[in-house]
Design a protein around this ligand. Structure first.
Ligand code: ADP
Ligand code: MG
Length: 592
């Protein structure tokens, strides 16, 4: 049998373009992204986008930018033709958007594309068409300043691609996302999106913060604005207050060097910034924009440039998470200052009282379980109970609430002159304990008590080992524990934090041992201090279901005034829920 050989040949341009299109043009939304970037590069002040059938039938982008002169139209549709890059040294420049010079040619290779353009002041325009990559003649057009790209029947000649497209709804959703991301990156450009003849977005030109609120669909009192700079690293963000978190990252946007990107580690750093005020698996809504010096970043790791690589990722992430953390602390902390001045208005905060909070409150409000103020309440005196001191000069917001009673032995029912306020006794006490322990830990003075008889606990070999190892032992000592080894699988607790008197420590210390292994895995035990303290607070806090005396309830409220952040427990659950009188009137249909 003779071996048959097919000779080597170079591929023709049309085929090359089709292959390239696979990289850049994955779906209508990715084609749109390229067209929008071209318009921005061309200096557009206003962009209109029209789509039909999820962008498969029609994708049209019209801008009022600098346009393309007639003699360059053919070049614009040729592969590797660009006006934005002339030498390899420009590759470092990331201020300009597209520069591979293949977006238009690639899109043209897999659709019926018409490019028409008029440069400013020109008396006539011109247009050129590409049908599956076959270029037509340059023809005159009526002068409409700027550039219009019409893309019809995307992938008509690549059936394999068509098959990979999702439903029209899904492609439309991806397009909306692309427009929103672009809108966040370019507040200075007016952008409109029309879907099947209906105008769905119209974002007027404005500044970053205003645009952020429009795109995120959040009001200014629902967000915090952060602006920070550290050496060459600049951060600006508009992020939702913790109570507006969501279980997905859908409304959390990232910009690096002014372009929309996806980066799991940055999102992670943002969530870290919210640590202890967000529930697990919850994400804030918002947009975060980072600018770093160009040498410290590679933006070309992906053809669509939606991913980036930092030379020194750790320091960038730390910058993000610390900036957010500080801003939140300041913001939620200063709320606390405000409350002493006007407790009434604080408990009327619209953000604490969003629609679904009403639902939540109503669900919890089970009248049958409502007990009158418990009179049999002088039972055991809890260690956390702090009797009222004589000279209470300044009454805080929480303290100023009038206690009405306890529901289900779990929620403290109180009122302010303008609202009904329910406080989750466990969450509230947990928060107070967390703050107190953290503060004392930072000042190295956690109050500790030596036991008369050291308690021995069988925790198993691994946990015992974990808790008694040098570094862990030193850390636990700062947290008020002295723990020694008692045989292969047991430990003895010689002293413990005063806040944790009178409770079994077994389950808590098992959990702490796990957290210590986590911290060791990350090479940084200090990082898990917050987690350990959260565990201590959770186990040490008064339980739901415990009957509280009026004095104990009042004492808890007073302790809550000591700290900022008191409106969320360390796991991020709300500490309190309030219904303003206005809400009550609405619920009872006194007003509509
Ligand atoms: P690149 O953007 O990487 O240069 P493209 O294929 O996307 O490559 O575009 C090719 C060239 O066409 C650009 O360099 C630019 O000169 C021109 N061009 C494309 N779209 C526009 C537009 N909307 N306004 C002005 N010029 C444009
Ligand atoms: Mg381009």
């Amino acid at each position: 049998m003779t071996k048959k050989r097919i000779p080597i040949r170079t591929l023709d341009d049309q085929t090359i373009n089709k292959i390239a299109a696979g990289e850049v043009v994955e779906r209508p939304a990715s084609a749109l992204k390229e067209l929008l970037e071209n318009s921005a590069d061309g200096g557009a002040r206003r962009i209109e986008v029209f789509i039909e059938e999820g962008g498969r039938k029609l994708l049209k982008v019209r801008d009022d930018g600098a346009g393309i002169p007639e003699e360059e139209l053919l070049l614009a549709l040729s592969r590797h033709a660009t006006s934005k890059l002339s030498s390899i040294s420009d590759l470092q420049s990331i201020e300009t958007f597209g520069f591979r010079g293949e977006a238009l040619s690639s899109i043209g290779a897999v659709s019926r594309l018409t490019l028409s353009s008029t440069t400013p002041g020109a008396l006539k325009g011109a247009e050129i068409a590409s049908v599956g990559g076959a270029l037509g003649e340059v023809r005159p057009q009526s002068p409409i300043e700027g550039t219009t790209v019409v893309v019809e029947d995307l992938f008509f000649n690549v059936p394999a691609r068509q098959k990979f497209l999702k439903s029209q709804g899904a492609e439309t959703a991806a397009i909306k996302k692309t427009v929103k991301a672009f809108a966040l990156a370019h507040p200075e450009i007016q952008i409109q999106l029309t879907i099947d003849g209906k105008l769905v977005y119209n974002f007027p030109a404005c500044d970053f913060v205003t645009r952020a609120h429009q795109v995120l669909e959040l009001r200014a009192n629902q967000t915090i604005h952060i602006k920070k700079r550290l050496e060459d690293c600049e951060l600006e963000a508009v992020l939702s207050r913790p109570e507006l978190s969501q279980s997905t990252q859908q409304n959390l946007w990232l910009l690096v060097q002014g372009r929309p990107v996806q980066d799991r580690s940055i999102s992670h750093a943002i969530v870290e910034g919210y640590r202890h005020v967000l529930m697990e698996h919850q994400f804030p809504q918002g947009v975060l924009s980072l600018r770093v010096s160009p040498e410290t970043i590679d933006v070309n790791v992906h053809p669509a440039k939606t991913q980036v690589k930092f030379v020194n990722p750790q320091s960038v992430f730390r910058f993000v998470h610390v900036s957010i953390n500080e801003a939140l602390e300041k913001e939620l902390g200063s709320k606390k200052q405000n409350i002493s001045q006007g407790a009434e208005s604080f408990f009327e905060q619209p953000t604490l009282m969003s629609e679904n909070r009403v639902q939540y409150a109503v669900k919890q409000f089970n009248l049958e379980q409502m007990s009158p103020m418990s009179s049999n309440a002088n039972q055991d005196v809890s260690p956390w109970f702090e009797p009222k001191k004589e000279s209470s000069q300044n009454v805080g917001a929480w303290e100023s609430l009038q206690v009405i009673g306890q529901v289900a032995n779990t929620y403290i029912v109180t009122q302010s002159p303008k609202a009904l306020v329910l406080v989750d006794q466990h969450a509230a006490h947990e928060r107070v304990m967390f703050e107190r322990l953290m503060r004392d830990f930072k000042n190295s003075r956690v109050d500790s008590q030596v036991a008369l008889l050291a308690e021995t606990l069988e925790l198993g070999e691994e946990a015992s080992e974990n808790l008694c190892e040098d570094e862990a032992s030193a850390l636990l000592q700062r947290l008020g524990f002295e723990i020694i080894r008692r045989g292969p699988s047991a430990i003895a607790v010689v002293s413990r934090p005063t806040l944790l008197q009178d409770m079994g420590l077994g389950p808590m210390l098992s959990r702490v041992s796990e957290q210590i292994s986590d911290g060791r895995g990350a090479q940084e035990l200090n990082k898990v201090v917050g987690d350990i303290v959260a565990t201590m607070a959770c186990h040490g806090a008064i339980r739901a279901g415990k009957v509280l005396s009026p004095e104990e309830m009042a004492s808890l409220l007073k302790q809550m005034d000591e700290f900022a952040f008191s409106s969320f427990c360390p796991h991020g659950r709300p500490v309190s829920v309030s219904l303003s009188l206005h809400d009550l009137e609405k619920l009872f249909k006194r007003i509509v």
